[in-house]
Write a protein that binds this ligand. Sequence first.
Ligand code: NAD
Length: 492
Amino acid sequence: MTSGTDLRPAPPAGPVGLLIGGDRITVTAAGSAHQHVYPATGQPNTTVALASEVEIDHAVRAAWTAQREWVSLTVDRRRDLLVDLADVVHDHLDELAALNVHDYGVPVSYAGTAVLLERFLRHFAGYVDKPHGSSTPVNGSFDLNLVEREPYGVVAVIAPWNGALAVAGSCVAPALAAGNAVVFKPSELAPLAALRFGELCLEAGLPAGLVNVVPAGADGGDALVRHPGIRKVHFTGGGTTARSVIRAAATNLVPVVAELGGKSANLVFGDADLDTAAVLSAHQGPLMQSGQSCACASRLLVHDSVYDAFVEKFVAVVESAVIGDPFDPGVGFGPVISQGAVDRILRTVDDAVDRGTGRLLTGGRRIGGDLAQGFYVEPTVLTDVDNSSDLAQIETFGPVVSIIRFHDDADAVRLANDTPYGLNAFVHTRDLRRAHGVARELEAGSVWVNTFSDISPQGPYGGYKQSGFGRTGGIDGLNEFLQIKNIRIAMG
Ligand code: NAD
């Protein structure tokens, strides 16, 4: 553990406001505000004004005005503005990373999401001046048949607390590239980096109101989804919330993309490079964002022949994690989001041990000493886990990994697929045929072979089964924000 040197810059002075039509609004009609708490110290950080129905309505109206201005610009101009935005984001990467730390206590060494935002912006800027449509022949005539792709107009993008900047990149960037305006709702738990991104959009010269940022809780989110001016909803979060969002979107029959949670399997075969697999599995499992990632490799399936050797290496990497102040660049492991999360995670581990559905190898406690006031949970590993137990089936969203033994490839695939989720799967093997064969059998939207979840703007990302539907990234991610129009012109 590192020393408790306090390198952190001061949090933004509160109240932190909403960004609507280019204006910061710090006092809302309903007057509701959220007391933001810094997870590393458990102390109040700042207050955040929360959007109510009134502000949601203002934001949707501002977005429609800006959208008309946006599509009145030539594609050259829109492309250049998105490139300018990527440049402005680039100039503020450190500031955005620091706000991420304030938002949810993620170590500053994990700057990934601010960098991802820039990459997605550059990628999707490149689509703006490329063809989106096609023409086709039609039976029995010489008519001209055009298939055009058009923006929806105004879309809602709803983000979880653990990845507002990633969602800004993977969802707001393609929405803009497709010609839409956005009402972007970050979680009230982590709104700071998202609000700064909204300001950077203005600094880059995007029309005021093209990106409105409205921190809100469930009520504001519900008002946004039900607003008649919203034409599509892109939701990232948990399955329970997704069901509420889909029911609300049914009011106006608005389509929804759902990027949800996972219980990802991580398969270590007998022929894997065990040292590399141990490092990647620890990073992708309990260590990255303290396991608070949709891509967390929370079920580690290990072949009989290397079980003991691998588990020893894996636990050694997990136990070497540098835990401490998230603003210390040498720290790799920070707190979880809240006291409620600490209680939930530890209860899950205790239940598994009490019921005999898992045996604790390391971790399983709250961290004390200098970090006792923060929401720190030890990186935790359980072995001999029953794959049908709650521990193995329910998303823990904390630094907890379950190890399960398998006997052959078919057994590994059966265990990996035996969950309601299907977001990611990880495979460690040196056998190319096995890598291809197993990847085809896994029920997951993304399969990563001998690597971790290294999301790129080019690769479509999303879920199978209860991990959601729709994709971010690449042309599939762009097409989520375009609707299709067929135009047939009679040629006589
Ligand atoms: P959550 O479902 O609690 O909240 C997600 C967002 O929905 C928040 O902005 C929240 O304020 C909002 N919300 C809550 N109730 C709403 C309602 N009734 N109507 C509209 N919006 C509402 O999730 P969370 O705790 O913020 O995030 C963690 C979850 O997100 C995990 O399940 C994680 O796996 C998932 N996640 C998925 C991905 C992915 O790409 N698949 C990425 C990151 C996180």
